[in-house]
Write a protein that binds this ligand. Structure first.
Ligand SMILES: C[S@@+](CC[C@H](N)C(=O)[O-])C[C@H]1O[C@@H](n2cnc3c(N)ncnc32)[C@H](O)[C@@H]1O
Length: 193
């Protein structure tokens, strides 16, 4: 059974390890970050915690109006991400654990909002790759720079029967010239913030 709106909060330790792999550029202007399906705002919270000296402008997109704007976010847009609220925006970084419903459409839309040399880092269930229409997203259309196999397996449902494995996919730019590399991403369940 799926939880309403696919609300599966990401463990802080996993977000920290994920964001530690991500190289944030040094620059004077604020770095614009978009979190798709931001929920309680944990990605933005950990991002600010591990990079206290960087100037971020963080936008959260969230469908559930019960979630209020978290303190770490500069902008909070309630609504369906697929409606295209960010058509006039362009982000340096797009991050998060997006809802699985409509995920392929969400990723294609996110690429429209990504700056040409922007980066995107998304946590996805590995079965994302098991559907033919999604394969081009990871091969020809938007080839990732790197895929991390997340280890240990995060338990989003709290039950013992959770057998879903997850990947973190990192894209650099809209049309990456790289060949995709892969590695394991070991994270610490005990890390809390
Ligand atoms: C897998 S949860 C992740 C929550 C949070 N980012 C985290 O990592 O803990 C996905 C989130 O996306 C939200 N969501 C679902 N469908 C959405 C949509 N169409 N547009 C925007 N947010 C959506 C859900 O309410 C939920 O908070």
């Amino acid at each position: 059974m799926r939880i309403k709106d696919d609300f599966y909060p990401t463990p802080n330790g996993l977000i920290k390890t994920a964001l530690d792999q991500f190289h944030f550029i040094q620059q004077i202007e604020r770095l614009k970050v978009l979190d798709i399906g931001a929920g309680e705002g944990v990605w933005g919270k950990v991002l600010r915690h591990i990079h206290p000296n960087k100037r971020f402008e963080i936008t959260g997109s969230e469908i559930n109006s019960n979630f209020n704007k978290p303190i770490d976010y500069d902008h909070w847009v309630i609504g369906d991400f697929l409606e295209g609220y960010f058509a006039r925006e362009s982000f340096h970084y797009i991050i998060g654990n997006p809802p699985f419903k409509g995920v392929e459409k969400s990723i294609r839309l996110a690429f429209k909002y990504l700056r040409p040399y922007g980066k995107m880092l998304l946590l996805l269930p590995i079965h994302f790759m098991h559907t033919e229409i999604r394969v081009p997203l990871l091969t020809t259309d938007h080839r990732p720079k790197h895929i991390y196999f997340v280890n240990p397996r995060p338990n989003f449902t709290g039950g013992v029967g959770n057998r879903n494995d997850y990947i973190l996919v990192e894209w650099h730019g809209k049309h990456s010239p790289y060949l995709t590399t892969c590695s394991s991403l070991a994270w610490d369940r005990k890390w809390k913030y």
